[in-house]
Design a protein around this ligand. Structure first.
Ligand SMILES: [Zn+2]
Length: 316
């Protein structure tokens, strides 16, 4: 059976977010909108249209922890909550993780060469926790599992946009519930986030994202029910185009560098996004770091830690 789409407003630039209702051996809601009164009204109305009351929902499953998806997990007391283990660190407000989170970003901003008051940027970049739910996961799910009560929906770990990102694949129907992994209108930002396991160091989000995207090219998928906007029907074509465009963006960054002078991630970001970098520093830095990781991986550029503790890059 097709998932029932519920469109929910958000206060974020991305616009509306989609939740999906799955009817199977369990009644399951995938994603739960941001924790705003408007979103709760939209969720309730969407459920009502499907003849479901909030207290009927038996399970809430998250595609990832971002507040536009993980807000109203608090609205379904009777339901079990499932998702990638990374969600739990946020939803429980894990103090050790939050300390590590802040230290992680401070270190990143420093090595990226961001000047001035780093605490100012840290505060600005912090996720709006008040719009994110606050309850622990009842069970972690991941690659290899199926959604409990929905044996036809297989869990895929699709990291890149978030370190918690899961997609749900239905091979019989050739459909996928894709969260923010693939969005029709915009390319997903490969956000830099602290890793689940601190020993692993900074995740190379764009490389993760590309490999999660490339997996889709080998799968027969007719429709992706996306976390934002309309369904994606030309999946392979869209994925190929996104991968090509990313490659071209990386080549643009390569052109900005030469063999003699070196530049930091911050300097590259200023040139790539002259009008956006101050307002959206976190997003734009993530984009640039992605291209830098990609070029490093291909051996096209070289990295050096300078005497101010800033990573600088030049053509190889
Ligand atoms: Zn997201």
């Amino acid at each position: 059976m097709e998932p029932i789409k519920i469109t929910i407003p958000t206060p974020f630039a991305v616009g509306d977010v989609n939740s999906y209702l799955l009817k199977g051996d369990a009644l399951t809601l995938i994603d739960a909108g941001p924790k705003t009164p408007e979103a709760w009204e939209a969720l309730k109305a969407g459920l009502k249209a499907a003849n479901v009351a909030p207290e009927d929902i038996e399970q809430v499953v998250l595609t990832h922890h971002h507040p536009d998806h993980a807000g109203w997990v608090d609205g379904f007391d009777a339901a079990k909550l499932y998702g990638h283990p990374y969600n739990d660190l946020w939803l429980r407000r894990d103090e050790a993780f939050f300390d590590y989170h802040d230290a992680f970003y401070q270190e990143r901003l420093k090595e990226e060469g961001v000047p001035g008051d780093l605490m100012f940027w840290m505060k600005k970049m912090k996720r709006p926790l008040n719009l994110m739910g606050n309850r622990p996961l009842d069970m972690a799910i991941n690659e290899g599992d199926t959604i409990p009560g929905h044996a036809d929906w297989h869990v895929m770990e699709t990291l890149g946009h978030a370190q918690s990102h899961l997609s749900f694949w239905n091979p019989e129907e050739r459909t996928m519930i894709g969260g923010d992994h693939v969005i029709a209108k915009v390319s997903s930002n490969p956000l830099i986030e602290p890793p689940y396991n601190p020993e692993e160091g900074r995740p190379k989000s764009l490389l993760q994202y590309n490999s999660s995207l490339s997996r889709l090219l080998k799968m027969p998928i007719d429709v992706i029910y996306s976390g934002h906007g309309e369904d994606v029907r030309n999946v392979h074509e869209l994925v190929s185009t996104r991968l090509e465009k990313q490659h071209l963006r990386a080549m643009k960054v390569l052109d900005m560098l030469d063999r003699s002078s070196e530049q930091s991630v911050y300097e590259l970001t200023q040139q790539l996004f002259p009008h956006a970098y101050e307002k959206e520093l976190g997003l734009t830095l993530s984009e640039t770091i992605g291209q830098v990781d990609y070029l490093l991986e291909d051996g096209l550029i070289e990295e050096r830690l300078n005497d101010q503790g800033i990573f600088v890059y030049r053509q190889a």
